[in-house]
Design a protein around this ligand. Structure first.
Ligand SMILES: Cc1cc2nc3c(=O)[nH]c(=O)nc-3n(C[C@H](O)[C@H](O)[C@H](O)COP(=O)(O)OP(=O)(O)OC[C@H]3O[C@@H](n4cnc5c(N)ncnc54)[C@H](O)[C@@H]3O)c2cc1C
Ligand SMILES: NC(=O)c1ccc[n+]([C@@H]2O[C@H](COP(=O)([O-])OP(=O)(O)OC[C@H]3O[C@@H](n4cnc5c(N)ncnc54)[C@H](OP(=O)(O)O)[C@@H]3O)[C@@H](O)[C@H]2O)c1
Length: 549
């Protein structure tokens, strides 16, 4: 049974991994190459250390109730979507609350993780680290790799003929920190992901012109949904997930497209998805306004560059460009692993439930945080860590390696032959993935049972937002505060908004109050009148007036 666990990285995933180890009475040692916690959420003024980090203006794209550690809700006065600095404060509070700092060795890079000679019996690993030039070696019973999804910039210069001739400034978004230095410039942003949208919007306030080039387009989601409620809380619900599973995908897509275009006609704004490309979503509140005001101009993909200009696929040319920013995403790798594990871990189909490499005879290495979810990464990685630590302890089992390898290899073959679609890079449905992992641990909430036991809670679990607390209601890691956290989630959502209470009488909504107060008596009176008049009519019909006279 595992005892000593090496956790690599002290970002969002590493921190929950340390805590999950402690919850399972394991002994974690976390190695972090930088000098602080938080991983990419630790803002720095420069990117000289080569680490991917947030830019200054970054705001979370999943709201606080949907993206918190499942037994540690945000304080109620935190905004629903918050600036990177505030999110980092939350991580710091988490570390302090669970006293995690003492398990982290900062400025320590993991150089290699190799199987010990007796791995097939012990499942142990040799971990070599380097702290300020000094090498160290340790033996660990298990390893949690929490080094993130966004390790290296993806800079596809080879796809852009003539880019080497371009005389202006070229940078990748990993280097982008703030709009300073771009004032008055003509900037071309390449790639419409969340970063591309954010960078274009931010620069549009000071640059002379921003051009945003996209091959695919994107559905643009706003943080603020109908009624002003946080989008994620409105959309991430069990009953909607259930409906999505039973409805045919063409119907679903039709509904989704209608909804999206109702708020913003994507075609008119040059944002619609190019035929044949996989649809994608970005969160951005201001991009449509910038396009509407002409400060951001949407462009097709770039065909080629000249010394000062870009020629686009549609034949248009934009002259006098000063800067090209590649917001083309990131790649990941595991430089410290040995082959064939190193290559295998980069193929998601060879990771059982995106966590356990299929080729290990002992399940003592877990990749935490290599997921793309239609929802909070933080909550997803926390659940992965809860599961992994229980597998290490032998309390949860996973299928044997030969079976996993055979299944993954078969899938790979089918994909290569074009028989099967490769969906390993697609974003996973949040509730479906979370429930899948939770079922492995024994923490998936049983809604029918809950309706019998606690109908009020069941109602909120099924019809309300699927907040992470739902995975703390039962089973290993049950948290006594989970029920209350679920029943008060809307209070915490509304608290930071209600900073100006307006007396009821001046509310424009007071009409509805009058309606509520007077509605029932008026309705009863009308019903009575209708009954009376129909009685009267009946009487008239039965005893014609003439007969009275
Ligand atoms: C710009 C940006 C914005 C994002 N915004 C959101 C958002 O709003 N909501 C959301 O849910 N997700 C968001 N994400 C996704 C993000 O990946 C997760 O929120 C989360 O930060 C992932 O944490 P992590 O711990 O897995 O990785 P990271 O935060 O990348 O942490 C990895 C850590 O591992 C360390 N490390 C790496 N290699 C080694 C080594 N060899 N030895 C020792 N230490 C090592 C690194 O120094 C780092 O501290 C965003 C991502 C990006 C890039
Ligand atoms: N909190 C936030 O609001 C926030 C902000 C930023 C980032 N993030 C997160 O950070 C992560 C990384 O986001 P990201 O936007 O940096 O990367 P990304 O999501 O990978 O998007 C990169 C975009 O670059 C374009 N691209 C990729 N390869 C290309 C190529 N070869 N040629 C031309 N264009 C190419 C694609 O857009 P086209 O197909 O349109 O060309 C692609 O969508 C994501 O998880 C994201 O959610 C969150």
């Amino acid at each position: 049974m595992a005892r000593r666990v090496a956790v690599i990285g002290a970002g969002v995933s590493g921190l929950s991994s340390i805590k999950c180890c402690l919850d399972e009475d394991l002994e974690p040692t976390c190695f972090e190459r930088s000098n602080d916690i938080g991983g990419l959420w630790k803002f720095t003024e420069t990117s000289k250390d080569g680490m991917t980090r947030v830019y200054r203006s970054l705001v979370t794209n999943v709201c606080k109730e949907m993206s918190c550690y499942s037994d540690f809700p945000f304080q109620e006065d935190y905004p629903n979507y918050m600036n990177q600095g505030k999110f980092w404060d939350y991580l710091q509070e988490f570390v302090e609350h669970f006293d995690l700092l003492k398990y982290i060795r900062f400025r320590t890079t993991v150089c290699s993780v190799t199987k010990r000679p007796d791995f097939s019996e012990t499942g142990q690993w040799d971990v070599v680290t380097e702290t300020e030039g000094k090498r160290d070696r340790g033996v660990f019973d298990a390893v949690m790799v929490c080094t993130g999804h966004f390790l290296n910039p993806h800079l596809p210069l080879e796809s852009f003929p003539g880019i080497h001739k371009f005389k202006g400034q070229i940078l990748h978004s990993q280097e982008y920190k703030s709009p300073e230095g771009f004032q008055g410039k003509r900037v071309l942003v390449i790639g419409l992901g969340n970063t591309g949208g954010d960078v274009a919007v931010e620069l549009s306030r000071t640059a002379a012109q921003v051009l945003l080039s996209t091959r695919t387009g994107a559905w643009v989601i706003h943080r603020c949904s109908n009624g002003g409620y946080p989008y994620n809380m409105v959309i991430t619900r069990r009953y909607l997930n259930f409906m999505a599973q039973v409805l045919p995908s063409c119907v679903l897509n039709w509904i989704q497209e209608r909804q999206m275009n109702k708020r913003l006609n994507h075609e008119n704004y040059g944002l619609s998805i190019t035929k044949g490309r996989k649809p994608k979503f970005i969160v951005n509140d201001e991009l449509p306004i910038c396009i509407l005001c002409g400060t951001v101009t949407m462009k097709t993909s770039v065909k080629e560059f000249t010394e000062t200009s870009a020629v686009f696929e549609d034949g248009t040319v934009e002259e006098n460009l000063d800067v090209v920013i590649f917001t083309t995403g990131y790649t990941f790798s595991f430089p410290f692993l040995e082959e064939p594990l190193k290559s295998l871990c980069t193929k998601k189909i060879f990771l059982y439930k995106q966590v356990f490499p299929s080729n290990l005879e002992r399940a003592t290495l877990a990749i935490i945080g290599l997921i793309s979810l239609k929802g909070s990464i933080l909550s997803g990685t926390e659940l992965q860590a809860r599961w992994a630590t229980r597998v290490f302890k032998g309390l949860c089992k996973i299928p044997p390696s030969p079976k996993l390898m055979a299944e993954a290899a078969k899938k790979e073959q089918l994909i290569e032959r074009g028989v099967m679609k490769d969906i390993s890079k697609d974003k996973l449905e949040y509730i479906t993935y979370m429930d899948d992992i939770a079922a492995c641990i024994g923490t998936k909430p049983s809604v029918p049972f809950l309706f019998l036991k606690d109908p009020r809670l069941a109602w909120e679990v099924f019809f309300g937002p699927c907040t992470p607390y739902q995975y703390r209601l039962k089973g290993p890691g049950k948290w006594d505060g989970a029920r209350n956290a679920i029943l008060t989630q809307w209070d915490r959502t509304l608290k930071p908004l209600k900073t100006r209470i307006v007396p009821d009488s001046t509310k424009p909504g007071s009409m509805s109050r009058y309606f509520k107060v007077w509605g029932v008596p008026i309705l009863l009176a009308s019903l009575l009148l209708i009954c009376k008049s129909s009685l009267f009519l009946k009487l008239v019909q039965e005893f014609p007036l003439t007969s009275i006279w």
